[in-house]
Write a protein that binds this ligand. Structure first.
Ligand SMILES: Nc1ncnc2c1ncn2[C@@H]1O[C@H](COP(=O)(O)OP(=O)(O)O)[C@@H](O)[C@H]1O
Ligand SMILES: [Mg+2]
Length: 302
């Protein structure tokens, strides 16, 4: 069991080797450590900062003192068994979860204390990708991508309201994700992998400051899953935005992320660079409760 596992019960910093400041407030970046590999990712301040987050549905706690930082340019895999709280954590970042404590900052927005109208802005700035793609099946691929622009324009311009510039941009994004030749086809005629590329282009149409992808490859076969995750990672790096992607296949997480965070029963038990982890380190996330009297990682060092 590597020393990379820990239980960050204290607010900051999450990872001992993490050279970034835990709090976005300081004006000067923390000094770099001697870690060169992902160091350039960490020179910026985190775009998303979660501290001591608690979420409860009715009285049932679902997220328990969760800390998380997401930095520009990094692809972070979110792991955890079904029901561990992955989707709830993602929903917390866009104001869709009943937060009962702690703080969530996303692109400068204090999600737990939004001003009037700010929720809409927040959601327009965060691109989302879902397992079932959530396209409008009978509409063209191009129109589905253009729908991403409605986040900014409001719902009024749905029919014929897209500008030439929007259309050119949507086509360029379809080209970027490799399916420009499908622009005029109905979305339903595309394969699953192609539909997910459309959904990614739609998210990019928002000019997102971060992308949240909740199980984006769970409906795709392994080869297509690899390609979609590689695309998301490329977008993170090229556009300098954090991409948080929940996954349940460990090899995919190990192959396609810069960092892995892992939830178990709503607690963040893993937070480490992917290069420091292997499958055995992640077993704690899926450990059988019957054999784990305390519900915690054993041998965790921090
Ligand atoms: N809207 C909701 N109302 C009540 N309980 C919920 C709701 N959404 C999620 N939960 C509960 O929260 C826990 C975490 O769910 P979820 O975040 O969907 O986990 P994951 O995405 O890791 O499978 C589960 O026990 C689930 O039943
Ligand atoms: Mg889920």
């Amino acid at each position: 069991m590597s020393a990379a596992l820990r239980m960050p019960s204290v607010p900051a910093p999450l990872v001992a080797a993490d050279p970034a400041p835990a709090d976005p407030a300081p004006a000067t970046p923390a000094p770099m450590t001697s870690e060169p590999s992902t160091g350039e990712l960490r020179q910026a301040l985190p775009l998303i900062t979660v501290r001591d987050l608690r979420v409860a549905y009715d009285t049932k706690p679902v997220l328990d003192h969760v800390d998380l930082d997401l930095f520009p340019g990094e692809m972070v895999a979110l792991l955890g068994a079904s029901g561990s709280g992955k989707s709830t954590l993602m929903r917390s970042l866009t104001g869709f979860a009943p937060i009962s404590g702690g703080s969530v900052r996303v692109a400068g927005h204090d999600v737990t204390n939004l001003r009037r109208g700010e929720l809409r802005t927040l959601r327009s700035e965060v691109g989302q990708v879902f397992q079932q793609f959530n396209l409008v099946p009978r509409m063209s691929v191009l129109t589905n991508v253009l729908a991403g622009a409605l986040h900014h324009a409001g719902p009024i311009n749905w029919v014929g309201g897209f500008s030439g510039a929007d259309r050119r941009r949507a086509l360029a994004l379809l080209d970027r994700v490799g399916i420009a030749h499908k622009a005029s086809e109905p979305a339903r005629s595309l394969s699953g992998g192609q539909q997910q590329r459309v959904a990614i282009a739609r998210a990019l149409m928002q000019r997102p400051r971060a992308i949240l992808a909740d199980e984006p490859v769970a409906s795709l076969d392994p080869k297509l899953a690899d390609a979609v995750l590689a695309l998301l990672r490329q977008i993170a790096a090229e556009d300098g935005i954090p991409v948080l992607v929940s996954l349940h296949v460990l090899p995919l997480a190990l192959a396609h992320s810069d960092r892995i965070v892992g939830l178990r029963h709503g607690e963040m038990l893993v937070s480490a660079r992917t290069s420091e982890l292997d499958a055995a380190d992640l077993a704690v996330l899926y450990a059988d409760d019957a054999h784990d009297g305390h519900g915690h990682a054993t041998g965790a060092a921090a």
